[in-house]
Design a protein around this ligand. Structure first.
Ligand SMILES: *[C@@H]1O[C@H](CO)[C@@H](O)[C@H](O)[C@H]1NC(C)=O
Ligand SMILES: *[C@@H]1O[C@H](CO)[C@@H](O)[C@H](O)[C@H]1NC(C)=O
Ligand SMILES: *[C@@H]1O[C@H](CO)[C@@H](O)[C@H](O)[C@H]1NC(C)=O
Length: 423
């Protein structure tokens, strides 16, 4: 609980109703499962997620252009550049397949790594589970009348809600292999006792494969980024709560194998120690930061200019551009290019010498613990690294692999993100 003396009065009123803490669950933890069952059993799922992240972010860039008339620096086809601080040998390419730890499993063996909690929509309230995604800004749910793609999900029924209004605006959201379509409604949405009135909610009449129940265990998604990113061109849920005076414009997130939590309107001081190390946002659409360097063992191995890093709870890995990721791994003794075995963008590091990889933001190094960086054994002494590259993607995405190392504060009011030591 945040010390009361530091809280504005309107927050005290809200917390008298309920604590704005939302426990987050995972149906299954993809990263823990990789270590248990072997990397290749989950790799297809990860690849699907990477594609989903890529198109989600491209859709975000398009929304920013529509909403603001401006072009995000990372969308302008100027990927920025890395300069290696040392000269590194070319990476050995892994080709052996004989000693693999496991065999690939079919895609249908679904596992996920989505952080989800519960919201109540409508009057009287209808309870649905949602993925909380800091890499997008829209709220959408599967709705009554949806085709078979929504089977297995709890459906939102606007007809049963006295506060639901059909705006008649159709929506289309592209996510990797999938898209969600339907009509935008406004309705009352309650999250952990905090109520937003006339919140834009996409009532989906079609979900494609990324959102079907086997792939996506929560019912819907709540985007927690800024209004400029909203494809619906309407306020995101958190912005509505702020605009209606329900919470201050800040929230805290803890992502871990257990005890994950979203805390609206402040930070949960029980979940971190020490001070936040804050980094200013370069834009207020995504939580976008200026990436300054890549580090190995607390030393810069590459310096960056004009490289954007997006803080995204909706992505599992740490995703980077090809140039930067190549320099990073070629600076790690014994690292190998695993593209021939796993797929483009994947690399290994020696299992008995997992490096401490870090990202420099705001002139400070933020390290990824070796145990988190290591996705698990591929073969021999080669373990898969949690930083992967994506061709043609001119930005970095700081997903789970990064966020699990910190308690993160998303401070919209001060246009910054801060990272503290979790406990
Ligand atoms: C919402 O409005 C659209 C456009 O008029 C309509 O096609 C759709 O059926 C409506 N949705 C519901 C659930 O009434
Ligand atoms: C949306 O996804 C469906 C498959 O679920 C596909 O048939 C359709 O072409 C997609 N629409 C666009 C515009 O990509
Ligand atoms: C960093 O941000 C947090 C959350 O907004 C704030 O409480 C803290 O005072 C900030 N620290 C500094 C040094 O600005």
């Amino acid at each position: 609980m945040v010390p009361l003396k530091t809280l504005p009065l309107f927050y005290l009123v809200a917390s008298a109703v309920a604590l704005p803490k939302i426990p987050l669950s995972k149906r299954d933890d993809i990263l823990a499962s990789m270590k248990r069952n072997g990397v290749l059993s989950n790799i297809n799922r990860l690849k699907m997620q990477i594609a989903k992240t890529q198109s989600k972010i491209q859709a975000g860039f398009a929304a920013i252009e529509r909403n603001t008339g401006g072009v995000h620096p990372a969308a302008a086809g100027m990927p920025g550049a890395f300069v290696a601080t040392g000269s590194n040998p070319p990476l050995e390419k892994l080709t052996s397949t004989s000693k693999r730890a496991t065999a690939p499993e079919p895609l249908t063996d679904a596992e996920d790594s989505l952080w989800f909690g519960t919201i109540a929509v409508g009057t009287p309230p209808q309870s649905l589970t949602v993925d909380f995604d800091t890499g997008s800004s829209d709220t959408f749910l599967p709705a009554v009348g949806c085709d078979a793609t929504c089977n297995g999900h709890t459906l939102y029924n606007p007809a049963a809600s006295s506060t639901a209004v059909n705006t008649t605006d159709p929506f289309f959201l592209q996510f990797g292999a999938g898209n969600a379509t339907g009509f935008v409604f406004t309705d009352t949405v309650t999250i952990s006792g905090l109520t937003a009135s006339a919140q834009a909610v996409g009532a989906s009449n079609h979900y494609s494969v990324d959102f079907e129940i086997d792939e996506f265990p929560p019912d819907g998604l709540v985007g927690l980024a800024f209004p400029a990113l909203a494809v619906f061109e309407r306020n995101p849920l958190f912005s509505t709560l702020v605009a209606q005076g329900t919470v201050p414009p800040v929230f805290g997130v803890k992502l871990a194998e257990t005890g994950s939590e979203l805390f609206l309107g402040g930070v949960d001081t029980a979940l971190f120690t020490g001070a936040f190390r804050n980094v200013s946002l370069i834009e207020e659409d995504f939580y976008a930061l200026n990436l300054q360097a890549l580090d190995v063992g607390n030393r810069a191995v590459a310096t960056a200019t004009g490289v954007t890093a997006i803080v995204d709870t909706g992505t599992t890995l740490l995703i980077g551009d090809e140039q930067g990721v190549e320099i990073l791994y070629s600076s790690i003794p014994g690292a190998k290019d695993a593209s021939a075995i796993i797929g483009p963008g994947f690399f290994t590091v020696p299992c008995n010498r997992i490096p401490t990889v870090g990202i420099t933001l705001g002139n400070q190094i933020f390290n990824v613990a070796p145990a988190i960086f290591n996705l698990g054994l591929l073969e021999g002494n080669d373990c898969v690294g949690g930083v992967v590259s994506l061709a043609g993607v001119p930005f970095w995405v700081l997903g789970d692999i990064f966020l699990r190392n910190f308690y993160t504060v998303f401070d919209q009011g001060n246009a910054r993100v801060g990272f503290a030591t979790p406990r």
